[in-house]
Structures are given as structure tokens and as C-alpha cells.
Design a protein around this ligand. Structure first.
Ligand SMILES: C[S@@+](CC[C@H](N)C(=O)[O-])C[C@H]1O[C@@H](n2cnc3c(N)ncnc32)[C@H](O)[C@@H]1O
Length: 445
């Protein structure tokens, strides 16, 4: 196995904006990374490219742009919807324009009626809560409770809920793809301006906004999305249909056979709660209407943080015989004891790591039957120090797990290296670590 040292950046190039920029989350990798492996694997129109952790659809959109058939799956219903919308280029643009105009007209009337006039009219005199918010445009207690405190101010929230109402009303009689198109535009507005949060790379609360031009931003975003659809009319990928399944990558019950390549980025074992990154959009767009649903989504995700570990979990049994993984887990637990960390979450650290690799072992096993002989695979994963600074060499350990399921390990390439700083015990010395994000290259014999 060779280790290649290379550096790549993670920004969206301006020329990549069409479709990719419709909604992109902090966990996405850049389209040029997908392009690189499409070239390296020599993929063409006869191939079927699959992303089992497709998130917001970077692999699917990029494959389609390059004229390659793509299929994706994702366990989180909100991001699965985003992937579906970004890779569906067959909607009729004149129909979308007509509905968009009507949504804008109705929503503006409703905003005016409820004390939310266009922002150009808003003066410092209009700082109070919107009026009549209980009149069909409010969140119930469960929904409100799932939005992290302070992430949304009342006035932008009122405007968003009015817009949501009219999107739903005016697409009631239409195929779901139309409603989802406008949902994605609304999700973009929520996470790129209307909410009081940002990413760096963790999601964090920003200064509260008194108000936000939700309608203006929404109509601008819809116009961009429609113009991308217009431009794509002459692209080779236009006629290629992409399927997106809501499926757990440890099960893969819905995925077709005949896959010739995989380019993907699974979660990494760290303390990131993947449901928090998209929580506000998921709640406001009704993908999570009560806590039970949030729990179900967490259940369907790979165990990668202590917020989604459950009593009945047994993925860790899959890797019981792996000396290297056992050693890392033992080091984490020994470090916890040494530091006298006794919270329930800290006690789970070593188990999360074992569950993670166990879940990935299940994934590799289920994937085998879907792959063509000679299929080429690229897994983008990062090393981690989240568990009491014990290094978890994710790509190296995954290579061992994949090999045990019969894959050929072709190499591990460095994608990028980030510098992380950790403060230990409050004011004590800081420790700087270089965190590697790598690409594990596999082949199906
Ligand atoms: C690193 S992100 C992938 C980002 C993606 N490459 C993109 O461009 O948007 C990992 C994704 O895996 C999803 N995921 C986690 N566990 C999963 C599972 N068991 N099955 C399918 N998807 C899962 C998460 O919801 C998340 O969207």
C-alpha cells in the first residue's frame, strides 16, 4: 500500500456554481475532487457512479455534468431531498416561473397583513414581533424545541413560515418534485442569511438579526436555480436520469446492481452531531416534526458521535477481531480513566469508534454484491483527535476493514491537512495537531 502526499483545496470554484451552489452544506467536498477521481478512474458514459453517503449530492451533480450515470443514497431525509432536487434537471422552467411568481405575490400579501412589510419599509419603529403569528404560520412546541436556542429571530422566522405555507399551498396539486424545488431554495435562504448561525467548520450561533429580506433572497435564489436549468438544456448530462434513494449505507436494500465506481465521503468518527448541521432547515421544512423523528434519523446514521449511540447498538461486534481498532479503543478508554472524565458521553467514546468501524464493515459487505468486478472506489475520510486527543487514523483503519471484506487496497492519498488546536484543562498548554484528510482508494477484484 502506498501513501501519496498531495494538497487540494475545499472551495467551490465559481465555474462550478451551477447546481452545486443550490444548497451546499459544510460537510460537502468540492466538485473538483470528484472530477479528479472521475479522470483517474477513467469513467465515461458506460459507467454507473454511486455515492452511498451522497449528502447534498456533489458526486451526483458532478457526475451528471460530466455525462456519467449516477446513483446516490443517503439516510437523512432532508439531505436526500436536496440531492434529488439538485440532480433533477427535467423540471419545466416556465411552470416553475409561474408558480414562483404566485408564491411571491401571496407571501408578500400575507407578510404585509401580519406586520412584516417589505424590508425597504421597515424602520426602527417596526421592531416588534410580527402580529398574528398564531394564525396558521407558527411552529408547534416540538418543532420550536428542536431548533437550537437563538438560531432564528421572530421576524425572519415569520417570513419563512409564510413562504413555506404558500409554497405548500401552491404546489399541493403538483408532483412532489416541484414543491421540493422551492423547498431547496428556501433551505438556501435559511442557511445563507435568514438564520442566526454560521459554520466554522462547526455550526455556531451568530449575532441575532432583527429582520431579514427572506422574500427578496428567495426570489433571487429561485431565479438562479431556474437559470441553471435553462443553461443545462444543452449539456450532455441533461438526458441522464439520476436516482437518489433514502437508504442506510449499512443496509443498501434499495440500491441497484451494476455499479462500476464509488466516490464518496462517509462521516468521520468524531463528536460532530450530523443532524445539527441541517437542523433548522430540517425542522422548518417538516422533515423533523417531532423528537421521535429526530431520533429515528439519528438511528439510521452511522455511529460516529456519542449523540447517536443507542443501548441496543451492536455494530462494534463486527470489528471485535481487529487488533488495531481494539488498540485505539483501549487507548481512548485508558486516557479517559487517566483524566478522570466520568460523564456518560465520555464513557461512550471508545464504543463510538468501534461502532463506527463496525458500521463501515457492514457497509463494505453489503456494497460488494452491487459492484461490477474491477469497480474502483474512493472514500474521503479524515483522521480524528476528538476523543481525548487519541489519534484515530481513519483511512488506515478503514483500509484494513475493507480488505477483510475482500476489497483490494490500492492506496491512501492525502487530500488536505488542517491544523487544529486543542486547549487541555482550561489554561494549560495548548496542543497543535495536524489533521489529515485522506482518500482511500479501493478496487473490487
Ligand atoms: C461527509 S457527509 C457527505 C457529504 C457529501 N459528499 C456532499 O457533497 O454533500 C456524510 C453524509 O453521510 C450521511 N450518512 C451518515 N450515516 C449514513 C448512513 N448510515 N447511511 C447513509 N448515509 C449516511 C450523513 O447524513 C451525511 O449527509
Amino acid at each position: 500500500m502506498k501513501v501519496v502526499e498531495k494538497q487540494e483545496s475545499n472551495t467551490l470554484l465559481k465555474s462550478d456554481a451551477p447546481f452545486h451552489s443550490w444548497y451546499r452544506f459544510v460537510l460537502s467536498y468540492p466538485p473538483h475532487l470528484v472530477r479528479k477521481y472521475v479522470e483517474e478512474f477513467d469513467l465515461g458514459s458506460g459507467d454507473l457512479l454511486y455515492d452511498p453517503f451522497c449528502g447534498t449530492g456533489t458526486t451526483l451533480v458532478e457526475g451528471k455534468k460530466l455525462g456519467i450515470r449516477t446513483v446516490g443514497s443517503e439516510a437523512h431525509p432532508f439531505t436526500a431531498m436536496v440531492s434529488r432536487v439538485k440532480s433533477n434537471w427535467s423540471l419545466k422552467t416556465d411552470q416553475l416561473e409561474g408558480i414562483a411568481r404566485e408564491i411571491g405575490r401571496k407571501a408578500e400579501q400575507a407578510c404585509n397583513k401580519h406586520g412584516l412589510p417589505p424590508l425597504s419599509f421597515v424602520t426602527s419603529l417596526l421592531r416588534e414581533k410580527p402580529s398574528g403569528m398564531l394564525n396558521g404560520y407558527s411552529l408547534d412546541a416540538d418543532e420550536a424545541g428542536m431548533i437550537p436556542t437563538g438560531f432564528m429571530s421572530d421576524r425572519p422566522l415569520g417570513r419563512l413560515l409564510i413562504l413555506r405555507h404558500w409554497i405548500e399551498k401552491l404546489t399541493e396539486q403538483e408532483p412532489p418534485a416541484l414543491r421540493e424545488f422551492f423547498y431547496v431554495a428556501l433551505a438556501h435562504v435559511i442557511s445563507n442569511g435568514a438564520g442566526n448561525f454560521s459554520f466554522g467548520p462547526e455550526i455556531y450561533k451568530t449575532k441575532a438579526k432583527n429582520d431579514y429580506d427572506v422574500l427578496g433572497h428567495f426570489s433571487q435564489q429561485v431565479a438562479i436555480m431556474i437559470s441553471d436549468l435553462v443553461v443545462s438544456k444543452d449539456w450532455p448530462g441533461r438526458k441522464i436520469s439520476t436516482r437518489v434513494y433514502e437508504d442506510d449505507a449499512r443496509e443498501l436494500s434499495k440500491i441497484p446492481r451494476g455499479i462500476t465506481s464509488v466516490i464518496t465521503s462517509p462521516p468521520y468518527p468524531n463528536e460532530k452531531d450530523y443532524t445539527r448541521t441541517t437542523r433548522v432547515e430540517s425542522v422548518l421544512l417538516r422533515f423533523m416534526t417531532h423528537r421521535k423523528q429526530l431520533r429515528e434519523v439519528k438511528h439510521s446514521l452511522l455511529r460516529s458521535n456519542t449523540r447517536n449511540v443507542f443501548v441496543a447498538d451492536d455494530d462494534l461486534n463486527e470489528v471485535a477481531g481487529f487488533e488495531s481498532i481494539r488498540r485505539v479503543c483501549e487507548q481512548i478508554e485508558a486516557r479517559r480513566v487517566e483524566l478522570n472524565k466520568t460523564s456518560g458521553f465520555e464513557r461512550l467514546y471508545h464504543k463510538v469508534v468501534a461502532h463506527y468501524f463496525g458500521g463501515m464493515k457492514k457497509h463494505f459487505r453489503k456494497l460488494k454484491s452491487k459492484l461490477e468486478p474491477g469497480a474502483k472506489l474512493a472514500y474521503v475520510v479524515g483522521d480524528q483527535y476528538s476523543f481525548l486527543m487519541v489519534p484515530v487514523r481513519t483511512a488506515t483503519l478503514l483500509a484494513e476493514v475493507a480488505e477483510s471484506e475482500g476489497y483490494r487496497v490500492k492506496g491512501i492519498e492525502l487530500w488536505r491537512e488542517r491544523v487544529g488546536t486543542r486547549v487541555r484543562n482550561g489554561l494549560e498548554a495548548q496542543k497543535t495537531v495536524r489533521v489529515r484528510e485522506e482518500i482511500l482508494i479501493l478496487e473490487m477484484p
